[in-house]
Design a protein around this ligand. Structure first.
Ligand SMILES: NC(=O)c1ccc[n+]([C@@H]2O[C@H](COP(=O)([O-])OP(=O)(O)OC[C@H]3O[C@@H](n4cnc5c(N)ncnc54)[C@H](OP(=O)(O)O)[C@@H]3O)[C@@H](O)[C@H]2O)c1
Length: 173
């Protein structure tokens, strides 16, 4: 089975979004996101895709978007309509690449809840603040199937203090 990596930026309550947008934009984190996902597969729900700048696919990555809308088409995007098709597509692309392509689940909350069982790694940017939010992902600190394997020092951007935390699945695969 292909192990996926989740990559998300969360607040103290693991919130990730409000009204279709991110809760904050940390420039260094966005650069890190680009560096990590570059040349790989990125998997997202339709709402996350539509939150991207100008609703354009992210360059130099295979963009996969999940929607129940059978008529949904966007240039530069591979669209799938259910989780089985998503899983088969990702497995096939990874196998065809000889394992070179790494699948990243990049959003949003609805997709994260459903695809969590396929994720074995999580790259989480934790922001030490609480925001008004309407979208969250599962709190891996409270999930016994996950363990922290690396924690960065704390950084700041103006009044936002944040930290990178890597998690690995330890059971429940
Ligand atoms: N902080 C971060 O790291 C981060 C990262 C990404 C996104 N975000 C934020 O998260 C929010 C978006 O997340 P969200 O949870 O609202 O939406 P989402 O997960 O991005 O997308 C949900 C949509 O995906 C499709 N979908 C979900 N499950 C499906 C399934 N089993 N089969 C077929 N289609 C399925 C549906 O599209 P249709 O309605 O078209 O059928 C559904 O409405 C935004 O605020 C965004 O800014 C934050």
């Amino acid at each position: 089975m292909t192990a996926w990596t989740m990559i998300f930026a969360v607040d103290l309550d693991w919130n990730i979004g409000y009204d279709g947008d991110m809760l904050f934009k940390i420039h260094a984190d966005l650069r890190r996101f680009r560096r990590m996902t570059q040349s790989n597969l990125i998997i997202m729900g339709r709402k996350t895709f539509e939150s991207l700048p100008e609703q354009r696919p992210l360059p130099n990555r295979v963009n996969i978007v999940v929607t129940r809308d059978r008529a949904y088409r966007r240039e530069g995007v591979t669209v799938v309509h259910d989780l089985d098709a998503l899983k088969s597509l990702v497995d096939g692309l990874v196998a065809d690449s000889g394992g070179d392509l790494r699948p990243f689940l990049i959003g949003g909350g609805e997709l994260a809840r459903q695809c969590l069982p396929w994720c074995a790694h999580a790259l989480i940017t934790k922001v030490f603040r609480r925001f008004d939010a309407d979208t969250l992902i599962p709190n891996l600190d409270e999930d016994p199937d996950w363990a922290t394997v690396w924690t960065s020092r704390r950084y700041s951007q103006e009044d936002l203090v944040y930290q990178y935390v890597n998690y690995e699945r330890v059971s429940g695969v």
